[in-house]
Design a protein around this ligand. Structure first.
Ligand code: HEM
Length: 400
């Protein structure tokens, strides 16, 4: 069947997610073959049920074989990335995830609420002084970088640098963001991994602290503690996972509310609607477009034959609008319930930071709406050029 449109092309996403194209493909070719420049193409999995099937079979649809982004990695880079939780298959994945799981449990994360509120108030207080801000970088990006920075135990003076690296790493297709400073060395390590490597060496000389760095450095991951190299990759994934995704949630969330003023007014009048609003924001403007797998055997998905070694992309942006699951799926509706969106993935690799992301989202919008009775968009929002990172790079607003 002829290709309808090149859904790989990052330029296609600059004006907004391609929801109409996905809706058409869900109807006609829900497991859609897409060519790629200079390397093998991939199967885009566009239906909610098919995506869930892929995620639920991690040995058949492997994260470890070639990683989770569409572009095949260089061998050295692949070797390092296999130390990231996101890019491990069971049973190794299970052994690495277990020691961390307790730190991310709902109860443990809930105990961070006071501190998250304090950080949020400081960020919003600074923004109030300015009045006119780029909401993406001056406000939304600051909260996750400080929260993750404290959780992991990164020195405060390094947070801005870490934030820039995280942004560059997820937005490599946007020439305005990915600059020369985010280089890969011939070991396959990028500058952030080199930072993390040095950080691990330093921390091993110090007394353990009550943070994730100490927990990870002391942890037993199946066959003993991590090496500094392993720690470096692990650190990069954790920090990157917690930064841009949450920034997208907060900034795209505000834009969604500003473009639906009736629903914004409703939330302002009744703050108990905020958790549901956060869920709908997650569904409607899912911070990540997709993650990839590679098949380890020939298989069939929704009637389509997929060969061993093929790339398979779980397209969250499409599955979250699947008409078979969500009534009036293109509409933004803060009252939607149930809301089984897939923005945090599902099954084996289900987002470890889910409770933290939801808590940051709720506290942030509670404080934002309390502090600013009037929020006005003062210029056009600009989107990241990316088929992976579904987010804004600029949102000019006046906070009053
Ligand atoms: C709105 C915010 C967030 C979104 C949309 C998001 C999304 C995702 C998705 C889709 C996955 C699954 C990937 C897959 O199936 O391959 C994932 C995994 C992960 N996320 Fe998140 N995430 C968010 C926030 C966070 C935060 C705040 C942290 C931690 C500080 C975090 C840490 C992780 C980790 C460690 C994994 C890997 C889990 C595993 O492989 O077992 N995420 N996230």
């Amino acid at each position: 069947m002829p290709a309808l449109v090149d859904i790989y092309d990052p330029d296609l996403y600059v004006d907004g997610p391609i929801h109409e194209i996905f809706a058409e493909l869900r109807r006609t070719q829900p497991v859609y073959w897409q060519d790629m420049p200079g390397e093998p193409g991939y199967w885009a999995v566009l239906k909610h049920a098919d995506l869930s099937h892929v995620a639920r079979h991690p040995l058949l649809f492997s994260a470890e074989t070639q990683g989770v982004v569409l572009e095949d990695p260089e061998p050295a880079q692949l070797a390092n990335s296999r130390n990231m939780l996101l890019m491990m298959d069971p049973p190794r994945h299970t052994a690495y995830r277990k020691p961390l799981a307790d730190s991310f449990k709902a109860r443990v994360i809930a105990s961070m609420e006071g501190r998250i509120r304090e950080i949020t108030r400081t960020i919003l207080g600074d923004a109030r002084q300015k009045g006119d801000v780029d909401f993406v970088h001056d406000v939304a990006g600051l909260l996750p970088s400080q929260v993750v920075g404290e959780l992991v135990g990164i020195p405060e003076e390094d947070w801005p640098q870490i934030r820039r690296w995280a942004e560059q790493s997820t937005s490599q297709q946007d020439p305005e963001i990915a600059t020369d400073s985010y280089v890969r060395t011939d070991t396959g390590m990028n500058v952030m991994a080199m930072y993390a490597y040095a950080f691990a060496q330093q921390r091993r000389t110090e007394e353990p602290r009550d943070d994730l760095a100490s927990l990870i450095l002391a942890g037993n991951f199946g066959d003993g503690p991590m090496s500094d190299m392993e720690f470096a990759s692990f650190f990069v994934q954790l920090v990157v996972a917690g930064n841009d995704t949450t920034r997208n949630l907060l900034s795209s969330g505000l834009l969604a509310l500003l473009t639906h003023p009736d629903q914004l007014a409703e939330v302002r009048a009744d703050r108990s609607l905020i958790p549901g609003t956060v869920e709908e924001v997650l569904r409607w403007v899912n911070p990540l477009h997709y993650f990839r797998r590679t098949t380890t055997e020939d298989t069939v998905l929704n009637g389509v034959e997929i060969a061993k070694g093929d790339k398979v992309a779980m397209w969250y942006t499409s599955a979250n609008r699947d008409e078979d699951v969500f009534a009036d799926s293109q509409a933004f509706d803060i009252h939607r319930s149930p809301n089984p969106h897939l923005s945090f993935g599902i099954a084996q690799h289900f987002c470890l930071g889910v409770h933290l992301a939801r808590l940051e989202g709720r506290v942030f919008f509670e404080e934002l709406l309390s502090m600013f009775p009037a929020i006005e968009q003062t210029g056009p929002a600009r989107r990241i050029r990316s088929n992976l990172n579904n987010g804004l790079k600029e949102l000019p607003v006046r906070l009053a």
